[in-house]
Design a binder for this molecule. Structure first.
Ligand code: NG6
Ligand code: CA
Length: 513
């Protein structure tokens, strides 16, 4: 009798243990959908959730207030291509010398390299990108009238619908899984970044044909009245309509998440705003009172609201992790006259930070950064140091992959709000120059280069001597402590060299060459 009772007890225990294991396994297997919503040139201070008062971004705020808002969240770099490279590969872009690419540049991600979409695909995810790419396409000599490869589909995306490069660069067409969308082969496309095609108007020679005026660069081929970077001919039926671009990407992104599939999905929704040329749909024209730059921020905010509504309607909100961020800091006049400066009023796109796009100062790479997962991430603010380069390793942990990227850290507990222990150090990059953030300190090696980019009117962070800032008391980087804190400076130099593989002096020499 005793034996039977004990047997029953153990049998019961065994069953309940088994059940417990099962539920654990089930919750591990149930992987969330993952969406990265990525802005282009949106500054730390461009969103009302980071303190903007002159412009309201209610839909971005809804993500920030319902999720975790990072005050020390960084892109890897102060320009687009390198930041996007780091986001997708988990590798610092200066290892690859990744810099702003022309529209004819070959793909800079190796097709055998681990990427965020590839890692997720290996874990059973269905992966897609909609929006800006700017990581190169093809192998060097692209024929735009055939399938262009390699591209996003060859580095881990099941689906892609992208801008080949940027909105201000040719070819001004959408690429649909490697094919120029809506191309009529009787009117083939030719693209060159060296010379114009005979008889084609340019912004430089035919200003009367332009409706948006160029200020610097951007005076080659004219498409939809906007002079661009690079020359292009043909492909009339395929040319995009700039004012419809936001709707086009939104509709594609909505379609992607609405498609019923067995698998969880990963969507990289890379909006084009507020990069130049700023071309708000007429629905948003004049709405910000700040000119086109403000208008396209409102347009992007609306898109994000519509996108979120779709997730909610589809019943996906509780099962989708969203990361919201930007590829680099803000710039006003980036090459076109569009009243961005004149109509700015009291708005401060960089918030309290110094510099902007292209700068080694904080506003270059410190960007709006939010993680949102309804019911799983508790609303709050995190001051932990995080970077987009960490997403690959962190999301790998979340979905049960062992993948560890070269430079990214596994900070999933930080991104989920379960820990405030972020990175200890991070290399910041701006147009090939690098600096180090460690704890609250930033060290910028001496760069004997122009301190200000006069074209865009942004302080680049260059100085003949070392710069050392303590961000805790001096977020605006006004007090250079290099001379008064020699020990700290030495510590920073050593850490810089350890990660960077070159001393501050060596990187300075490289820049001067
Ligand atoms: C610069 C362009 C700028 C912008 C930038 C890339 C000129 C003079 N300036 O070279 O307008 O296109 O490249 O921006 O051409 S990014 O956000 O994609 O990095
Ligand atoms: Ca950018």
């Amino acid at each position: 009798m005793k034996g039977t009772l004990a047997g029953l007890f153990f049998a019961f225990l065994a069953i309940s243990c088994r059940d417990e294991k099962k539920t654990e396994a089930a919750s591990v297997i149930k992987r969330p959908n993952i969406v990265v919503i990525y802005m282009d040139d949106l500054g730390y201070g461009d969103v009302s959730f980071n303190g903007a008062t002159e412009i309201q971004t209610p839909n971005m705020d809804a993500l920030a207030n319902g999720g975790l808002r990072f005050t020390n969240g960084y892109a890897s770099s102060a320009t687009c291509t390198p930041s996007r490279y780091a986001l997708l590969t988990g590798q610092y872009p200066w290892r690859k010398n990744a810099q702003i690419l022309p529209g004819t540049a070959p793909l800079i991600i190796d097709t055998t390299q681990m990427t965020l979409p590839r890692m997720l695909k290996e874990q059973g995810y269905y992966t897609g990108i909609v929006g800006k790419w700017h990581l190169g396409l093809g192998n060097g000599s692209v024929n735009w009238n055939e399938r262009v490869s390699p591209g996003p589909n060859e580095v881990g995306f099941d689906e892609s619908y992208i801008l080949a490069a940027t909105q201000d660069r040719v070819p001004t067409v959408y690429m649909d899984n490697g094919h120029v969308a809506n191309l009529d082969l009787n009117d083939p496309i030719e693209v060159s970044y060296d010379k114009n095609f005979e008889g084609e108007p340019t912004g430089l020679e035919n200003p009367e044909l332009t409706t948006m005026k160029w200020k610097h660069g951007h005076n080659n081929s004219i498409v939809n009245g906007i002079p661009r970077i690079g020359f292009m001919k043909g492909g009339k039926s395929a040319l995009w309509n700039d004012i419809d671009m936001a709707d086009e990407f939104l509709n594609r992104a909505k379609k992607f998440i609405k498609t019923k599939r067995e698998n969880p999905f990963f969507l990289y929704y890379a909006l084009q705003q507020p990069h130049v040329p700023r071309t708000p749909h007429p629905r948003f024209e004049g709405k910000s009172g700040m000119g086109p730059r403000g208008d396209v921020i409102l347009e992007a905010d609306w898109c994000i609201g519509e996108f979120m509504k779709t997730l909610e309607k589809e019943g996906l909100l509780e099962n989708t992790l969203i990361v919201f961020s930007s590829d680099n800091g803000p710039v006003l006049n980036d090459g076109y006259f569009d009243f961005s400066r004149r109509k700015l009023g009291k708005h401060t796109p960089a918030g309290p930070l110094r510099g902007g796009k292209y700068s080694l100062f904080e506003a270059g790479a410190r960007v709006p950064f939010v993680t949102y997962w309804k019911g799983k991430i508790n609303p709050g603010v995190s001051n932990a140091l995080v970077c987009q380069v960490d997403l690959l390793s962190s999301l790998a942990n979340l979905v049960g992959s062992d993948e560890k990227s070269h430079d990214g850290e596994d900070l999933i507990d930080v991104f989920m709000g379960n820990s405030d222990q972020g990175r200890k150090e991070l290399i910041l990059e701006a147009t090939t120059r690098t600096a180090l953030r460690k704890g609250n300190w930033v060290m910028i090696p001496p760069y004997d280069l122009a301190p200000i980019n006069r074209e865009v009117n942004i302080e680049l962070g260059n100085d003949k001597t070392y710069q050392l800032y303590n961000l805790k008391d001096d977020i605006a980087q006004q007090n250079n402590l290099a001379a008064t804190h020699p020990d700290k400076l030495e510590e920073m130099k050593t850490a810089f060299e350890r990660i960077r593989g070159q001393s501050p002096n060596e990187v300075q020499q490289l820049e001067l060459k």
